[in-house]
Design a protein around this ligand. Structure first.
Ligand code: DCP
Ligand code: CA
Ligand code: CA
Length: 354
């Protein structure tokens, strides 16, 4: 397997720079103001100039302003970043592999195993992708290429910003031996301290402790995860996961709380949402009712498997019934929101395995 992982550099702050080039070279932080009191809230992210001054994601805004009063503090504009992200994900990255897992607003994994013949070609592809993103959006990204998803992410992390890193199969063993265990995604502070107590400093050290003991200390799933990484058998596929949510809402001719009257509108919303999902199958389904006074009420259900459109009709009807039973008002608009949307080349495979 060859995985190419893309992570957009200091993303929210970089979009602000692109929209206002005067910000380039100056320290910039993007803030989530919570509105409780002046400057309550936290830093979402900052550009590298601001990081040099000590500004970090998650820092309370008053603290940041105390440390670095001259940083330019901007309010977050999430919708805008989402639009740029969508253009990069759907307009550029999706072209390079249909096996794409969009992991967050600024991260995607591409399975490029069938797209290149070796790691040299993979590297060339990485360069091409970086160039195209920069040309079209003026955004720099960092790419990590490796034989599995986790190593690809770590390699990207090591090459930020504006980097392109590669880990070839023949380098994996040495990499595992020298990789500090706290650089493995999923190893947070509490697990890290437990691992250190067991004498584990590098990823390779995981293999030296008794697996039962490891399981008792950090839980079965984390233990198996680290163990498989350490003995290089980790092979999680790139899950063909695209947009997180798709919502479709329709306004009814007249307000109503009669299920028979509402149902055709709900079906229409489901049809439209599924066609927007473009072959993707959701694992969560929510019915959203906008009431006559414009208040919003919703009911959501998560399934173990992706659900087909026919199943969604049935399940949505049940959720709608629940809403009507629990609320006395009439509905003005009704809609659905699909979440955890996966794509698969073979549907059979998908319905049975996910
Ligand atoms: N983010 C946030 N709050 C956090 C961490 C991140 O709102 N505590 C947002 C802002 C980031 C985006 O998520 O722009 C992506 O997070 P990353 O951790 O990838 O950080 P950046 O993209 O900002 O920086 P880097 O260049 O290190 O990837
Ligand atoms: Ca990221
Ligand atoms: Ca990033």
């Amino acid at each position: 397997m060859i995985v190419l992982f893309v992570d957009f550099d200091y993303f929210f702050a970089q979009v602000e720079e692109v929209l206002n080039p005067e910000l380039k070279g100056k320290p910039v932080a993007v803030c989530v103001f919570s509105g409780r009191f002046k400057d309550s809230g936290a830093i979402a992210t900052s550009n590298y100039e601001a990081r040099k001054l000590g500004i970090k994601s998650g820092m309370p805004i008053p603290k940041a302003k105390e440390i670095a009063p001259n940083v330019i503090y901007l309010p977050i504009r999430k919708d805008l970043y989402k639009q740029v992200s969508d253009r990069i994900m759907y307009g550029i990255l999706s072209k390079y592999s249909s096996k794409i897992e969009i992991a967050s607003i600024d991260e995607a994994y591409l399975d490029i195993t069938d797209k290149v013949k070796d790691y040299y070609e993979a590297y060339q592809l990485g360069k091409k992708i970086k160039d195209e993103i920069y040309q079209k959006e003026k955004i720099t990204v960092t790419i990590g290429i490796a034989p599995n998803k986790v190593f690809a992410k770590i390699i990207a992390e090591m090459n930020k910003p504006n980097g392109l890193g590669i880990l070839k199969p023949e380098e994996v063993e040495g990499f595992i031996r020298s990789l500090p265990i706290d650089e493995v995604p999923g190893v947070g502070e509490s697990i890290y301290s437990k691992l250190r107590e067991m004498g584990i400093k590098y990823l390779y050290d995981v293999l030296k402790v008794d697996f039962e003991k490891l399981k008792n200390e950090i839980g079965k799933s984390k233990a198996s995860y680290l163990y498989s990484l350490a003995n290089n058998t980790y092979a999680e596929p790139v899950k063909e996961k695209v947009r997180k949510h798709i919502g479709r809402y329709v306004t009814m001719k007249k307000n109503s709380r009669d299920i028979k009257e509402i149902l055709p509108y709900l079906k229409k919303a489901i049809d439209e949402a599924y066609s927007k999902a473009n072959g993707g199958i959701p694992k969560t389904l929510a019915v959203v009712a906008i009431m006559e006074d414009l208040d919003i009420v919703s009911r959501e259900k998560t399934f173990n498997f992706g659900i087909s459109k026919d199943k969604a009709y049935l399940e949505a009807e049940k959720l709608l019934e629940e809403i009507i039973k629990s609320d006395k008002r009439r509905l003005r608009r009704v809609g659905v929101r699909l979440g955890k949307i996966y794509k698969s080349t073979t549907l059979d495979n998908f319905f049975n395995n996910v």
